[in-house]
Design a binder for this molecule. Structure first.
Ligand SMILES: Cc1cc2nc3c(=O)[nH]c(=O)nc-3n(C[C@H](O)[C@H](O)[C@H](O)COP(=O)(O)OP(=O)(O)OC[C@H]3O[C@@H](n4cnc5c(N)ncnc54)[C@H](O)[C@@H]3O)c2cc1C
Ligand code: FES
Length: 256
């Protein structure tokens, strides 16, 4: 069941141009969150009637919850001003996340801040065969690579401008690995979070290969708890609420 925890800011650091890591002392949430679930944050500095903002969980460990966020508008700009020692109200755990184990080689595919839930997932899977594919327009869009390296995850990179890794889309290195796995008859499982184009590309590959694919959808949210129907995603079972039935959906259930 979701709780609202008054957490204290333990650290707040740059995570790349326009990105921040926010570490919160939130022992109850840290104990309950699973990868792919999200939290709804009341942003200090916004008026009390302002909506909360949803964020994936980058890490939840030792009583602390870490978020990786991008400053894009009023709420995240206000969030970027919170200081160590400030109190932030955080509601969670919310939504359905990724499965807690993988039935084949775990292939994690992320773009931008979409790597956030994949880091928490990689940490929990503890699978030495896991590979992270990360893409961006330029090297400045590649986030938290050192944190994935510290987990021992094999990281494959692609950038549109070729400033880091392979030049082009991240589906380039992904397809090369998929071809190899298929040739050896190995099973795999796809997990993804990022821009819609990337999510669809990964979902299409999971469906075509008849392998499990777990797609974390990023939809505008208002209430975050299933009451307002602002976050609808079409699925084969009809309209689903991203905040309750998602944000993680099975690839074959999504209607694009
Ligand atoms: C389940 C979930 C998990 C998320 N996880 C993260 C995360 O780990 N890190 C992170 O940085 N952000 C994450 N987001 C997106 C984040 O919630 C928004 O960026 C944030 O709410 C924007 O608030 P704002 O007031 O700064 O921007 P606003 O002023 O509300 O909007 C600024 C711009 O961002 C766009 N925007 C707002 N919300 C979203 C959204 N959900 N998706 C795409 N564009 C949006 C608006 O259309 C507008 O163009 C997540 C969203 C969801 C639904
Ligand atoms: S945000 Fe209100 S139902 Fe999902």
């Amino acid at each position: 069941m979701a709780i609202n925890e008054k957490s204290v800011v333990a650290s707040h650091e740059d995570a790349g141009p326009g990105y921040r890591f926010l570490v919160l002392e939130a022992p109850r949430l840290a104990a309950d969150l699973t990868p792919g679930q999200f939290v709804h944050v009341r942003v200090p500095g916004l008026e009390s009637t302002a909506l909360r903002r949803p964020f994936s969980v980058f890490d939840a460990d030792a009583g602390r919850v870490t978020l990786l966020y991008k400053v894009v508008g009023r709420g995240t700009a206000a969030l970027s001003k919170v200081l160590v020692g400030d109190t932030v109200e955080v509601m969670g755990p919310l939504g359905h996340g990724f499965p807690s184990s993988s039935k084949g080689v775990p292939l994690l595919v992320g773009g931008g801040y979409g790597v956030a839930p994949l880091h928490f997932l990689a940490k929990r899977l503890k699978d030495p065969h896991a590979i992270l594919f990360v893409g961006g327009r330029t090297k400045d869009d590649l986030l938290a690579l050192d944190r994935f390296a510290a987990l021992g995850v094999d990281v494959r990179i692609a950038t549109n401008d070729g400033s880091a890794g392979e030049k082009g889309f991240v589906t380039g290195p992904l397809d090369a690995v998929l071809d190899g796995l298929r040739a050896r008859g190995e099973t795999f499982e796809l997990f993804t979070c990022g821009p819609d184009g990337l999510l669809k590309a990964v979902a299409d590959r999971a469906v075509a290969a008849k392998m499990p694919g777990w797609i974390s959808m990023d939809r505008h949210m208002v209430c975050g708890v299933g009451a307002c129907y602002a976050c609808i995603q079409k699925t084969v079972r009809g309209n689903s609420r991203c905040c309750v039935e998602g944000p993680v959906f099975r690839a074959e259930d999504l209607v694009w």
